[in-house]
Ligand binder design. Structure first.
Ligand code: S3P
Length: 174
C-alpha cells in the first residue's frame, strides 16, 4: 500500500522542483528533493560529487536517498532525472506513493535545463547522446502511475493538471 507521497519523475528540465514546491503548497504537504537530500548528507554540490567521485558514486547516494524516503509519508518528492532509471527503482518509488511523470518535449526540456543550473549529465554529451539518454530513460518514466503532458503549459497549468489527475486517480480508487 503506497505511503501517500506524491513522487515526481521526469527528465532534467521537466519542472519537477518548481512544480513540486507549488504542489506541496497547494496540498499543504512537505516538499523534499532527492538532490537536496544528497547534498545535505554528502556536504558537496551535485556537480562536485560527479567531478570528484563520478556518476556511480552519485547513483549510490541516490539509492540511499530512496531508502531514507521509505520512512516518509504524505510528502511531495521531486526526484533527480536519472534516479528512476535503474533496475528496481521504479518499483521502489511506486511503493512510496503515487508516481507522476512530468513528460515534456525534449527541446523544451533541454532549453529549461540549460537555464536552470549546471547539469553534469548534459555538459559531457552531444545533442545526439542527450537524445539517446532521454529515449533510454522513457521506459522507466513510463512506469509512473500517472503521466502528465506539460508541453506548451505554464507552471500553474502543470500544477493544476497534476492536481486534477491526482484527484481523478484517488476518486477512482474509492
Ligand atoms: C541528473 C539530474 C539532476 C541531478 C543530477 C543527475 C540526471 O536532477 O540529479 O545532475 O541524471 O538526469 P534534475 O533532474 O533535477 O536536473
Amino acid at each position: 500500500m503506497p505511503a501517500g507521497n506524491v513522487i515526481l519523475v521526469g527528465f532534467m528540465g521537466a519542472g519537477k522542483s518548481v512544480c513540486g514546491r507549488l504542489l506541496a503548497r497547494r496540498l499543504g504537504r512537505c516538499f523534499v528533493e532527492t538532490d537536496d537530500m544528497i547534498v545535505a548528507r554528502d556536504g558537496r554540490p551535485i556537480a562536485e560529487i560527479f567531478r570528484q567521485d563520478g556518476e556511480d558514486t552519485f547513483r549510490r547516494l541516490e539509492a540511499e536517498a530512496v531508502e531514507a524516503l521509505r520512512l516518509k509519508s504524505g510528502g511531495v518528492i521531486a526526484t533527480g532525472g536519472g534516479l528512476p532509471c535503474r533496475e528496481g527503482r521504479m518499483d521502489a518509488l511506486r511503493e512510496l506513493g503515487t508516481v507522476v511523470w512530468l513528460r515534456g518535449d525534449l527541446a523544451d526540456l533541454l532549453a529549461r535545463a540549460s537555464r536552470t543550473g549546471a547539469r553534469p549529465m548534459l555538459i559531457v554529451r552531444t545533442p545526439d547522446e542527450v537524445e539517446a539518454l532521454y529515449r533510454a530513460r522513457e521506459p522507466y518514466y513510463a512506469r509512473a502511475h500517472l503521466t502528465v503532458d506539460t508541453a506548451g503549459l505554464g507552471i500553474d497549468q502543470v500544477v493544476a493538471r497534476v492536481l486534477g489527475r491526482l484527484r481523478d486517480s484517488h476518486a477512482a480508487r474509492v
